[in-house]
Design a protein around this ligand. Structure first.
Ligand code: NAP
Ligand code: G4F
Length: 374
């Protein structure tokens, strides 16, 4: 029997969708009312935004959660009244087959991964297993449950699959900005595992005719971002310094450049990609790149501080191999699926710093920030 923790309890505190998606009402609710989505990685940053977004689009949303006592489940329930949770793990093929069988989804979004790049050097094999082979297990669960084989293609109404690919696959970039045609040169075990998942998704599309796509997403952030990633580390650091809890912020490479956007904008792209007539992969980013130093400038200015008075570089945060600069060319996504980011870098960073100032001044901790107003 599959293990299932279906939770249909509604949270009375959440009668309205979060502020970031109030303008995203569905164009034709009736047409998609009965659609079901299964999200792996629902307790992560993107999973929470995607679940909220799909719920406003009329979907029945199911999320895969792992572990016996996953502390993020409580936070998720506070945030999302209507989500249904199924136990499962990307390391466990049987649990994924059970989840797909039980939910009978129209769409599967595979967002689960070990996503913190430095951890992928410390636990390279685990990263390969979860972030790489995990994609194989989810695709196999869909294939087996749909009765697809080399001689039996999917029928109409097949399950559509989204894979969370990453700009980290471009690594040591061959050209700038990066497009769907730019070759990969990953620089971390995480990037290598993502490249495996990316090519496997393409292979299942070509081998079995499955509707399987990858979004090559550039860095996207929010007040729900994990505290280990540089944007959130900085927004929390600014808040702690401003409130007098700390005086210093220790960071690694300040000259690295990233194309940073808002996570709420990027989950719309995932949904649009599964709504296409044909399965096609897209690069998703803003097309604007900033250095970590630019990020520090903006973040500290929001709190009327100068980062040069507080930031210390620490070799402990320098990576064995760095991705120096990433910048997306999102023109294909704009042209073919009509996706554009709505929030600019400056607004994003100000929002994150202000959210952390509010969180810490009201006695909260970074780990509790998942149920924020955004
Ligand atoms: P995140 O916040 O780190 O969330 C990762 C999720 O994966 C969590 O829900 C975690 O669940 C789950 N997970 C980890 N190991 C698992 C396992 N063995 N079985 C099942 N679930 C497992 O990541 P994110 O920022 O939302 O990113 C979502 C996806 O997009 C990831 O695949 C990431 O690699 C990719 N991506 C992210 C970005 C970005 O800038 N955010 C850019 C490109 C691609 P627990 O709560 O149980 O730990
Ligand atoms: O915030 P980061 O840790 O993100 P990174 O490595 O770009 O990865 C994120 O984006 C990828 C998409 O490109 C995702 F696939 C991945 O899952 C993740 O979401 O680091 C950004 C940059 C790096 O160049 C890093 O060296 O910031 C630099 N940095 C400088 N000091 C630091 C620090 N990063 C972290 N995490 N901590 C520091 O102290």
């Amino acid at each position: 029997m599959p293990i299932c923790c279906r939770d249909e309890a509604r949270n009375p505190a959440r009668s309205r969708p979060s502020a970031w998606l109030r303008r995203d009402r569905p164009p034709n609710l009736e047409a998609i009312l009965s659609r079901r989505a299964l999200i792996t990685g629902i307790t992560g940053q993107d999973g929470s935004y995607l679940a909220e977004y799909l719920a406003t689009q009329g979907y029945e949303v199911y999320g895969l959660v792992r572990g016996q006592q996953n502390p993020r489940v409580r936070q998720l329930r506070q945030l999302l009244g209507e989500v249904r949770l199924i136990r499962g793990d990307l390391l466990d093929q049987g649990s994924l087959i059970s989840a797909v069988e039980r939910v009978q989804p129209d769409e599967v979004y595979n967002l689960a991964a070990i996503s913190y790049v430095p951890m992928s050097w410390q636990q390279a094999e685990l990263t390969a297993d979860v972030t790489g082979l995990g994609v194989l297990r989810v695709l196999e669960a869909i294939r087996v449950c749909s009765g697809i084989s080399a001689s039996r293609s999917p029928g109409r109404g097949q399950i559509r699959f989204y894979q969370a690919s990453s700009s980290e696959m471009f690594g040591m970039v061959r050209e700038s900005p990066q497009t769907e045609q730019t070759p990969f040169h990953p620089r971390s075990p995480y990037g290598v595992a993502k490249a495996y998942g990316h090519f496997l998704t393409q292979n299942y599309r070509e081998s079995y005719g499955m509707f399987a796509v990858s979004g090559i997403l550039f860095n996207h952030e929010s007040p729900r971002r994990g505290a280990e990633f540089v944007t959130r580390k900085i927004s929390l650091g600014v808040a702690k310094i401003k409130l007098g809890y700390e005086r210093q912020l220790r960071l690694g490479n300040l000259s690295a450049r990233r194309d940073w956007g808002f996570a709420g904008d990027y989950v719309r792209a995932m949904h649009l990609m599964l709504g296409q007539d044909e399965p096609v992969d897209y690069v998703i980013g803003t097309g604007v790149t900033h250095s970590v130093e630019d990020l520090l400038d903006h973040a500290f200015k929001v709190a009327d501080l100068d980062w040069r008075d507080h930031v210390v570089t620490d070799a402990a945060f320098i990576r064995p191999a760095e991705v120096d600069k990433l910048c997306a060319d999102p023109s294909a996504a704009r042209e073919h699926i009509g996706w554009e980011p709505k929030m600019a870098f400056e607004e994003l960073i100000a929002m994150m710093v202000e959210a952390d100032l509010e969180l810490l001044s009201s006695g909260g901790h970074a780990e509790e920030s998942f149920g924020d107003a955004w």
